[in-house]
Design a protein around this ligand. Sequence first.
Ligand code: ADP
Length: 762
Amino acid sequence: MSGYETSAIQSALDVYPDTTAEDQPQAVTVDPTLQLTQLLNISAYLVSVMDLDELLMRVVTQVVVALPSVQGSILWLYERRSGGLRVAASYGLPLVSTTYADLQHCQLASGEGAPGQSLQGNEIVCIETRMHYRAIIERLNPHNRELFQQISDELPATLTSVCIPLRVGNEAIGVLELMNLGPASDGSLWQPLGRDNLSILQTFGNLVAATIKKTQLYTQTQSHRRRLDAFDAVVTAISTATDLSDLMRSVLDVVLGLVPVSSGALMLLDPAQARLTLGAYHGLPAEYVLSIQSFPVAGAGCEEVVRYGQPTLRPLLEERGEQKLLEAGLASCAYLPLLAGGTVVGVLGLYGESNLPDWVDMTTLMPLGNQVGFAIANVRLYEDSQVERRKLNTVINSIAEGVVLCDRQGQLVLANEAAMALLSLESVPFQQPLSEMTDFYGIRDTEGQPLPVEQLPMARALSGEIFYDYRVLLCGASGADTVMSFSGAPARADSGDIEGAVVIFRDITASQKLERAKDEFLAIAAHELRSPLAAVRSYADLLLRREQQRNDADARDVRGLTILSQQVTHMLRMVDNLLDVSRLDAGQLGLQIQRVNLVPLVAQVLDQQRPAAPNHELVLHPDAQELWVQCDSLRIRQVLTNLVSNAVKYSPAETQITIRLLTREILVEKQAGEADPLVDAAANSVVREALISVSDAGSGISADQQAHLFQRYYRAGGRRTEGLGLGLYLSRQFVLMHGGTIWVESVENKGSTFYFTLPIKE
Ligand code: ADP
């Protein structure tokens, strides 16, 4: 700037190549103070303008009004995104309309043209002569060169200009270009700015920059505020909506209130069908509404919005199925994806005049679209969960058994109708704590003793236990006891944590009475049958022995008597089993404990079984010759007989049955409060025990059947083989009475091994 001897505007006076001295208008000496005052007045006025567009326009007009030597002005604004200058406002340029329109879209890079130089160098740049102007045009990029050549042709040859950089601190705001177009055609006097006035112009430029910056910030704040208000309105609409259609109607109303557009539609996507369904609409022609009730995404006007999740803003097109909208006088559309976590759940369509793009601010609408998308996804999830809940309720209520669900505290959250009836409840006592249940329902064990809280069915399931047929007494509505059979299991979250429990129960009072009557009948029948059967067996054995001792024994008679003896023995065993069951029930079955060596005992059992198992090989594998335990030899013999005879019964001929005997030591972790007389009193004690196993190569037992094997009267294979289904039940009871355990390991089509243990007490 210092290189200029005269100011640019002054030079416009001085350099008039085609005019004679007489033609030149007289420059009137202007009082710089007056100009300064005028510029300060404009600045003061500009500060009060809050609208950015108005401010920019005011800057370019006021500067022309205030400075007699300025007849045209352009305000270039710096665009951070592109790093260049764009025309934000201009005034007083006598350009033809096409050139003027091109100028509006022109962009100058930093350093390009006089404004670019001014921006880059942060200094005032003056173009004083046409030559200088031409030189600058030469250095423009080709596209701009053509435009500025055009401008140069249309503006007077006497054009001179000054570019004032607009900056706030280090931040570039733009460039204010002031132009002197030469003397007016009416010959009126005009004023140059003196050389000294450049500093005044720079000061003015700084004030303008600060004012623009302030207004930009204000505009930004306003738009943030509008965005927040929009969010607020949408969030309110979302939170007050009662269902999905209400939600969509309110959202569309809110959006149409934010954007000055009166036509819109909200469409929901069904991803499985790849179809859109109209959810809400406003201001659309009836025929168009009919056509978009439900339509495929493929070929739809908003297809790419659904596919790529990006908004689109374009003129309405007949070939995109928007003929009806065009006929209704609409010209443009904006489609916005409604996204839930990146997934398109719907589309918002806005329709308006050709100026729709001026009104639709995608930066505000996109986050709104996400908000609405999430709300739609949530409502859908909620509605789906309600449907599932209704289904679940229907299923649960159709179950004849009582079903109750409780939370992790044991408080009821759901009870089906059967449960309500069985528990004589009119309404579910939702808040009731577990500790009050014993008294509330009069829950007792089968002996009539009140159940401790931890033994309540709910508590057992909540502790992680899965149980079946847990029988307890409940005080019925009539005051009489009812026997309930409970089955229960914990309800676990995905993490595996127990978050509640499910308990199913039924009233077995009547069936238990029947069961008792049956047991009593069987006990009486067995008792009455035993004596005659024992007599028959004695005589059958006697006759068999006599027949065998005769020299002329008839083989057929021997065979007949053998079968008679075996069958009667089998019948006696069944009768004995029935009697044992009734003795157990009556608590009359005591053990005669004595020291017994298991090895010869097992050998005897095998010897007894061999005649009845001529086609099986019975093998004994003891790991020592002696294995002493304290037990009732009669009952243990019964257990072994039962296991071996089962192995014979349920495995094919010509296979081996192996009985193993061994001793082992196991670590017993003592539970708090445990009082097992057979377990050493010390915590985590080591216990010695005898382990007896009976293995066969039979058909095996499925996992389902294994769960029931030791139940009373259970028979896995149906009625094909003889038996009552009591052998394993009694075996288990006898082993438990000895403080041992019994279990089975079986692989289908490979065979089964039954194990039982007896504690060894020194
Ligand atoms: P029973 O033999 O009188 O039927 P148990 O109580 O001894 O009664 O056995 C119950 C059921 O268990 C039997 O009906 C049979 O289906 C099954 N079972 C017992 N032992 C075996 C075995 N070794 N192999 C296959 N199934 C067996």
